[in-house]
Design a protein around this ligand. Structure first.
Ligand code: FEO
Length: 187
């Protein structure tokens, strides 16, 4: 049955809706990017990193769905993003974590711009909703930096890469997830 629009009145502006859809695209890209990385790790025998990245890919999908829920509840229309251009090959395990950190810094920048926009037009509802992402980004950047530090601390020679792969599995325990950063199902 076709959903009936009871009222078209809303406080979410069209520009904010468009920006939120851009963020949906970025979260969707993150999910696809990490899925591709997970698969590459799997084929190279980095099984712990692979599991870590499969989980991370799923988390990014949850980030995207949380935005879907918000946009539609606010009277907008969340759009299924078109995602292309995701690489399938990577030079090394280290490169993967360098790319993740780079990517997460871009995501943080995008969230900050979105938050700034909401503040400037006094859309405090969306501003408040986005605080979850602000906190999440801090954790995600920390996680990526800690992963890269493993390469410097342990070194990649001999059993180094194997050890690094094992340690990647402990990173999530290292980063205390609490409050709005918890990876519960979107609501
Ligand atoms: Fe949802 Fe890692 O940005």
């Amino acid at each position: 049955m076709k959903k009936q629009m009871v009222t078209t009145k809303r406080s979410l502006t069209l520009e904010t809706e468009e920006r939120l859809n851009q963020q949906i695209l970025l979260e969707g890209k993150s999910s696809a990017y990490y899925l591709s990385m997970a698969s590459w790790c799997d084929t190279k025998g980095y099984s712990t990193s692979s599991d870590f990245l499969y989980r991370h890919s799923e988390e990014e999908r949850q980030h995207m769905l949380k935005l879907f829920g918000y946009v539609n509840d606010a009277g907008g229309h969340a759009l299924q993003p078109e995602i292309t251009g995701i690489p399938h090959d990577f030079k090394s395990l280290r490169e993967i974590f360098e790319l993740i950190l780079e990517h997460e810094i871009e995501v943080t920048k995008s969230i900050n711009e979105l938050v700034d926009h909401c503040f400037s037009i006094k859309d405090f509802t969306t501003f408040h909703f986005l605080q979850w992402y602000v906190i999440e980004q801090r954790e995600e950047e920390t996680l990526s930096r800690r992963a890269l530090e493993l390469f410097d601390i342990i070194g990649e020679d001999g059993v180094g890469l194997w050890t690094i792969d094992q340690e990647i599995g402990n990173l999530e325990n290292f980063i205390q997830k609490s409050g709005p950063g918890n990876m519960d199902a979107p609501n």
